[in-house]
Design a protein around this ligand. Structure first.
Ligand SMILES: Nc1ncnc2c1ncn2[C@@H]1O[C@H](COP(=O)(O)OP(=O)(O)OP(=O)(O)O)[C@@H](O)[C@H]1O
Length: 233
């Protein structure tokens, strides 16, 4: 008797025939045209492609920020298009972290407070939140910048605060939209190293939209999108 092979891979994200059409007035813009994508858990996976090809639209749908026009989106075994607005918000809060090109830090809060507030939103409060925020900032090499305001941090340091914030509550998936686009070479390299470590040490799935050739060198998989379709994977 032969035994069925045991599945060696775990899927963090899977889409089936995903489409997105933007509508404004009578005008329809088809952006995603039948995306079948599979992303393995624990992978550092890149989405690449020309400007306007639909990368940010796809990332936003996978993150549950934007609804697709049709198709299935399964994230961590959950078909997210079937969730109510409130259930989707809870799912995102529990499982997903975001990193943006423009950092999106609160300018009036210190580095520590920026991370603490994310922990508070996830139900971790008081002394515990402070301890975890300190640990997260230390993990991204900012243990000596806890009380700095964002305006007094370099671009790379701001992005590392944003990474620490995205890590609050140990999300299983991190989505990053052009995380190194506004960083110089040295800071970009440092951010890339941290994202890589994150995927490998914490078994976190990291999906990055990027044009940065330095990230392609360390990616587990690269999906290329052209005109709303996958051109290779
Ligand atoms: N809210 C919207 N309404 C109408 N069209 C939109 C909207 N958002 C994006 N688009 C269009 O959808 C297409 C894909 O946009 P998207 O931002 O997903 O591309 P991208 O690959 O991320 O581009 P870039 O690399 O320049 O950021 C573009 O032609 C864009 O103009």
């Amino acid at each position: 008797m032969t035994l069925a092979p045991v599945a060696m891979t775990r899927l963090a994200i899977a889409t089936t025939n995903l489409t997105k059409v933007y509508r404004s007035g009578h005008q329809e813009t088809p952006v995603l045209q039948g995306i079948d994508l599979q992303i393995q858990a624990g992978h550092l996976h890149l989405l690449m492609g020309p400007s306007g090809s639909g990368k940010t639209t796809l990332l936003s749908i996978l993150a549950g920020i934007l609804a697709p026009t049709s198709g299935q989106v399964v994230v961590l075994g959950q078909e997210i298009t079937q969730l109510s607005k409130a259930a989707l918000a809870k799912f995102r809060l529990q499982n997903i972290g975001f990193i943006f090109q423009s950092f999106n830090l609160f300018p009036a809060l210190t580095a520590l407070e920026n991370v603490e507030i994310a922990l508070n939103l996830k139900g971790i409060k008081g002394k515990k939140a402070k301890e975890q925020a300190v640990a997260l900032l230390k993990a991204v090499g900012l243990g000596d910048r806890l009380d700095f305001m964002p305006a007094n941090l370099s671009g790379g340091q701001k992005q590392r605060v944003a990474i620490a914030r995205a890590l609050a509550g140990e999300p299983k998936i991190i989505f990053a939209d052009e995380p190194t686009a506004s960083l110089d070479s040295q800071n970009g390299q440092q951010v890339i190293k941290i994202l890589y470590k994150l995927a490998k040490q914490n078994d976190c799935t990291v999906l990055i939209v990027t044009h940065d050739p330095r990230i392609t060198a360390i990616a587990d998989r690269i999906t290329k999108i052209e005109d709303g379709k996958i051109s290779n994977s």
